[in-house]
Design a protein around this ligand. Structure first.
Ligand SMILES: Nc1ncnc2c1ncn2[C@@H]1O[C@H](COP(=O)(O)OP(=O)(O)O)[C@@H](O)[C@H]1O
Ligand SMILES: O=C(O)[C@@H](O)C(=O)COP(=O)(O)O
Length: 417
């Protein structure tokens, strides 16, 4: 079995889709949840979803180490460390410290670093990460609320995060084919090697060249290069029908466009007040949940946080607003499920982590792909409390802030039909 550790929940489903597309029978385990021996026995790949991308370094490393041990116990022979295709991190981490911990434990002398995800416009060329043709540092990721990306050379982003050497291999080597790339990798003394990839064919070459590596790392794109022969990935059924809703904690430009598009199609839209989220979170949850149940049953209420950059509130009364906003959206998610919402689309990696935790979900069963990097997944929500017994089957789509077409909030439901 291939074991994978993803540093956020949208990233976990993104990777699971790629593995599924490539013939793996795959499931996503939420944090320290054990899917059970029977489920594990039927899998070719298991992705553990952590909420470690922006956690304090020691916490992220400890959670990753524990996840790695579980994967080893469960028979994983290879480990895939999944981070963001835009390399979301700071000079402190968490990509470097997490890679160091996994590579040390596995005794891996070399780990490739492959953030490219061409299907979503993320490419690495001559060591520089581009997002839809722009250098990372000139893309909207420069203004990310938690991990602003102000440099574009992947090696320069990783170096401050690790004590190990970081090298680069460029497209000319990749395009010389699997054997030439493997030879070049073997000739490199560095622990980490950033490998260029501009299209899916490059990812296939890299995947083939690292077929024997105990640890690989990247965005989800590298999974396209790791085929599994089983190819038997059916067995997904959509959970019972019910009301729909969208929860957006992402401030990304793609999400903002999707909110505006839904509003333009006459879907009801409400914005979380970050000041209220910090000062009176329970009242803010009540306000939003009460609004949502009043909307027409056949509508898709969209609850969001940021219409334009001016809405971003770093602090309120000296307290950070971002985690308070996440907590409010997580509280709203519970209330929505209790009130009959069964199909929930969540935008934002951190936000998805907070929502999935609040819903008490243990395993995501990966279903149909909606758009590159976005899928529906089935899960049992253990809402319990709030006047509810819990145990509802729900369909969740966890969307990276930057992914998806403008009409996603109205078109995503077609894939559940
Ligand atoms: N208006 C706002 N003020 C303060 N924090 C916000 C606001 N809107 C969103 N946030 C926070 O920004 C973060 C967005 O991260 P995330 O959910 O991972 O989205 P993305 O996938 O776009 O990175 C979350 O912690 C969220 O609570
Ligand atoms: O690799 C990617 O781009 C995604 O899988 C991902 O991790 C996105 O993170 P968020 O934008 O924070 O959801």
């Amino acid at each position: 079995m291939l074991g994978a550790i993803a540093d956020d929940f949208t990233g976990a489903t993104d990777l699971a889709i790629m593995l599924r597309r490539n013939g793996h029978r795959v499931a996503v385990a939420i944090e320290d949840h054990d899917p059970g021996e029977r489920v594990r026995a039927g899998l070719d790949a298991l992705v553990i979803a952590l909420k470690s991308r922006t956690a304090p370094v020691a916490e992220a490393v400890a959670a990753t180490r524990a996840a790695h041990e579980r994967l080893l116990d469960w028979g994983a022979r290879r480990v895939y460390v999944k981070y963001c295709s835009t390399f979301d991190s700071t000079d402190e981490g968490n990509i470097g410290p997490v890679l160091d911990a996994v590579a040390d434990r596995a005794g891996a002398e070399r780990v490739v670093v492959v953030p490219s995800l061409p299907a979503n416009g993320r490419t690495v060329h001559e060591g520089l990460l581009h997002v839809n043709g722009q250098l990372l540092e000139h893309s909207p990721l420069r203004h990310h609320p938690l991990t602003p990306m102000t440099r574009s050379r992947v090696a320069d982003l990783l170096r401050p995060q690790t004590r190990h050497e970081v090298a680069e291999l460029h497209l000319d080597v990749v395009r010389s084919g699997r054997d030439a790339l493997r030879a070049a990798l073997d000739a490199t003394a560095a622990r980490y090697v950033v490998v260029d990839a501009v299209d899916d064919a490059d990812l296939a070459v890299i995947g083939a060249a690292v077929a024997g590596d105990a640890v690989v790392s990247g965005g989800s794109g590298l999974a396209l290069g790791l085929p599994d022969p089983h190819g038997d990935t059916d067995g997904w059924t959509a959970p019972a029908s019910g009301r729909r809703a969208v929860l957006c904690g992402s401030a990304s430009t793609a999400t903002r466009r999707q909110v505006a598009d839904a509003a333009g199609r006459a879907q009801p839209v409400l914005r979380v007040d970050p000041v209220a989220a910090v000062r009176t979170p329970d009242l803010e949850v009540d306000r939003i949940a009460a609004w949502a149940v009043q909307q027409p049953a056949d509508s898709t209420p969209v609850i969001h946080t940021t219409a334009d950059a001016a809405d971003l509130v770093p602090e309120v009364d000296g307290l950070p607003a971002a985690p308070a906003v996440e907590t409010v959206l997580a509280g709203v998610a519970r209330r929505l499920v209790v009130s009959g919402v069964r199909h929930l689309l969540v935008a934002g990696g951190e936000t998805s982590g907070a929502v999935v935790r609040a819903l008490g979900v243990g395993v995501l069963r990966v279903g149909p792909e909606i758009a590159p990097g976005i899928c529906w997944a089935a899960a049992a929500a253990a809402t319990g409390g709030d006047g509810d017994d819990g145990g509802h089957e729900v369909a969740l789509a966890l969307k990276s802030g930057n992914f998806g077409p403008d009409d996603l909030f109205t078109s995503a439901w077609d894939r559940l039909a």
